[in-house]
Write a protein that binds this ligand. Structure first.
Ligand code: FES
Ligand SMILES: [Fe+2]
Length: 371
């Protein structure tokens, strides 16, 4: 039975999901023997690279008296708290030295830990795994292990180029994500003379299918006013171009476009910084444009323009959200947003009960909207 098309009242809970990898910082900003501050899910972090270039992430709080560690001395191996000089191994947080101890004092220094997080470098970013019970810097918690490696961009050839861009948005993770998957704002937010205008709005039909922890916009020929499509038409005939878009919890949007031997992939994440602030990071990889010297710049220009339009929109939206308005989600344009909230609560429910996640979609669905 079709759902009645009544708008659904909705308020976002802005809940940030633990037990996942998150992008913390662009890898090219984190240098050897240096320390950087970052915040993920309201957790203050100090991130750096050891002398071999291996990245690490610690809670930016000394287990002794909570002093931020980012201002301490770092020799490429151990990080020294600036308050009383306790030293911690940056990779597991284990305390190495407490300078105030005398020879005959038997305190087990090695049982003390600064909170340490699994940390990996992948596709231009330093990723940090935030476990369910994140180390509080409480002193005796050994580092958790991540159940799987950090997410990767799908690449179809070994030779390819990559680029990233990022933007901070003054809205909760939920608004950041549903803004990312919302098809209806295109004609109003993403206008440009070289692109499209609000009069190019037309009806679209897209097939969606459930995938583990997410949903997929099934492989289709991209709509004629989409950015990648316009660029790809330079390479292949329109009919051979297909694109697939996946969304997977907690925040991963993958877009894969293939045109014969050419391909373009992107992995976009919306990362919760605090309850009311998120950051969008787009990393793209492609084997196109190699013969076109300005290709990557053109691509970056197009994406940067879109991301900036979204950022500005969310900045304005944040003004409206300050007053805690009632919100609604409508069919079908807001159906992906509904799935997101349903996936999120199904995930939390499964974690609570230990049962399998109940996917909100029963099977493939066709959605229609005008954009
Ligand atoms: S607060 Fe860090 S050593 Fe005392
Ligand atoms: Fe957008």
């Amino acid at each position: 039975m079709p759902e009645p098309d009544l708008p659904e009242r909705h308020s976002t809970d802005a809940l940030m999901l633990t037990g996942f990898w998150y992008r913390a910082l662009p890898a090219d900003r984190v240098h050897r023997n240096q320390l950087h501050k970052a915040t993920l899910l309201e957790i203050p972090l100090v991130i750096g690279r050891d002398r071999a270039g291996q990245p690490f992430a610690l809670r930016d709080s000394c287990p002794h008296r909570g002093m931020p560690l980012n201002g301490g001395n770092f020799d490429g191996e151990n990080l020294e708290c600036p308050y009383h000089g306790w030293q911690f191994d940056v990779h597991n947080g284990q305390c190495q030295l407490i300078p105030s101890l005398t020879h005959d004092q038997t305190l087990r220094v090695d049982r003390i830990y600064a909170g340490s997080f699994p940390c990996e470098e992948q596709d231009s970013f330093i990723w940090v795994y935030i476990p369910d019970a994140a180390p509080q810097g409480a002193g005796f918690t050994q580092p958790a292990e991540a159940p799987a490696p950090a997410p990767q961009i799908e690449k179809f050839t070994t030779k390819c180029k990559t680029a990233y861009l990022q933007a901070e948005m003054p809205v909760s993770i939920d608004h950041g994500i549903i803004g990312l998957m919302d098809p209806a704002h295109g004609p109003f937010v993403h206008q440009a003379w070289w692109w499209r205008n609000r009069h190019s709005i037309h009806e679209k039909r897209k097939n969606f299918e459930p995938i583990p922890n997410g949903f997929r916009m099934s492989a289709h020929t991209p709509s004629s006013n989409s950015a990648p499509y316009k660029l790809l038409r330079l390479y292949a005939d329109a009919g051979s171009i297909t694109t697939t878009i996946d969304f997977v919890l907690p925040n991963l949007r993958t877009e894969t476009i293939r045109a014969g031997k050419y391909w373009f992939s992107s992995l976009t994440t919306v990362t919760p910084i605090t309850r009311s602030q998120c950051r969008i990071d787009v990393v793209a990889a492609w084997n196109l444009f190699r013969w076109l010297p300005f290709g990557p710049e053109l691509l970056k220009f197009v994406f940067a323009k879109f991301v900036e339009q979204d950022r500005r929109t969310m900045e304005m939206q944040a003004e409206g959200l300050k007053h805690n308005p009632h919100l609604m989600l409508i069919d079908d344009a807001d159906r992906p947003a509904k799935w997101y909230f349903q996936l999120k609560s199904a995930h939390l429910e499964a974690k609570r009960t230990g049962a399998e996640t109940k996917h909100p979609m029963q099977g493939p669905v066709t959605l229609k909207w005008r954009s």
